[in-house]
Design a protein around this ligand. Structure first.
Ligand code: NAD
Ligand code: RM4
Length: 253
């Protein structure tokens, strides 16, 4: 029970990595507020799973690309759960597309959701943490893509480098309030975001053979690391980046 009685907010928590983080935090004793976009029934099923563990949960709809959704998510979460102890900026998109003909709206939407969305959400959560006192933990879900490129991800990889950098700067800006800021860099985790890209068996097998641990990641592989960074076990960790990739990044030759 690493997060007993803590109040955890997670963006993009209806599916994939965000959902796994929300459930793992609840398993460790936290109450959870889940931001989601459109997929109400997925969000509600996550709430039901958390309530079945005896914890409180609330699902709040909002598009992270809209700056007002950030203040709204934090305000509604505080109204329901009382505090913000941990904030996980997870919501993200990756519409795979080639560079030379990248549609302007795909580029701009990816920036708005992944980078601007993370910025406004983290800012709203940090203001609340400062106001209530007692510190806090902020975690951004960056990516191995903050460190390496992707031919079909020229719009996406800069956003992931951006949120990693955001955590480094926020660690400095918020250290005086006892608020820790770290990023998690997942490798290739099997979720809806890459389902189509990995539906090509050749690509999937290639990715699996590139990973020293021999398999794609699962959302739960990332969730445990988020619980660690959220918890007091990581009380002296801030401005750090935790690569969770089965060894993919170091596997050059
Ligand atoms: P996913 O598609 O399963 O989940 C994404 C979640 O974000 C969904 O719940 C979706 O509804 C939500 N979302 C999307 N746009 C939103 C918006 N505008 N407002 C609010 N919510 C929104 O994908 P995932 O793999 O779980 O991705 C979660 C995060 O992990 C993303 O930031 C992604 O970049 C990052 N990531 C994923 C991988 C991977 O291999 N799956 C690797 C590295 C990083
Ligand atoms: C990640 C990484 C993965 C990819 C997802 C969509 O950051 O690049 O390999 O599948 O994004």
């Amino acid at each position: 029970m690493l997060l007993d009685g803590k109040s955890v907010l997670v963006t993009g928590a209806s599916r994939g990595i965000g959902r796994a983080i929300a459930l793992a935090c609840a398993r460790h004793g936290a109450d959870v507020a889940l931001n989601y976009l459109h997929d109400r029934s997925d969000a509600e099923s996550a709430v039901a799973e958390i309530e079945a563990m005896g914890r409180r949960a609330i699902a709040i709809e909002g598009d992270v690309a809209d700056p007002d959704s950030a203040t709204d998510f934090v305000a509604q979460s505080v109204h329901a759960l009382g505090r913000v102890d941990v904030f996980v900026s997870n919501a993200g998109i990756c519409p795979f597309h080639s560079f030379l003909d990248m549609p302007r709206e795909v580029f701009e939407r990816t920036m708005q959701v992944n980078l601007h969305g993370a910025y406004y959400m983290v800012q709203a959560a940090a203001n609340r943490m400062k106001e209530q006192g007692g510190g806090g933990s902020i975690i951004a879900i960056s990516s191995i893509s903050a460190l390496v490129g992707g031919e079909m991800q020229t719009h996406y990889t800069p956003t992931k480098a951006g949120v990693h950098s955001l955590m480094q700067s926020c660690a400095i800006a918020l250290g005086r309030y006892g608020i820790r800021c770290n990023s998690i860099l997942p490798g290739t985790i099997a979720t809806d975001i890459n389902k189509e890209d990995l539906s090509d068996p050749k690509k999937r097998t290639y990715m699996e053979t590139r990973i020293p641990l021999g398999r794609l990641g699962q959302p739960d592989d990332v969730a445990g690391c988020a619980v660690f960074l959220a918890s007091d076990l990581a009380r002296y960790v801030t401005g750090a980046a935790l690569l969770v990739d089965g060894g993919l990044f170091v596997n050059l030759q």
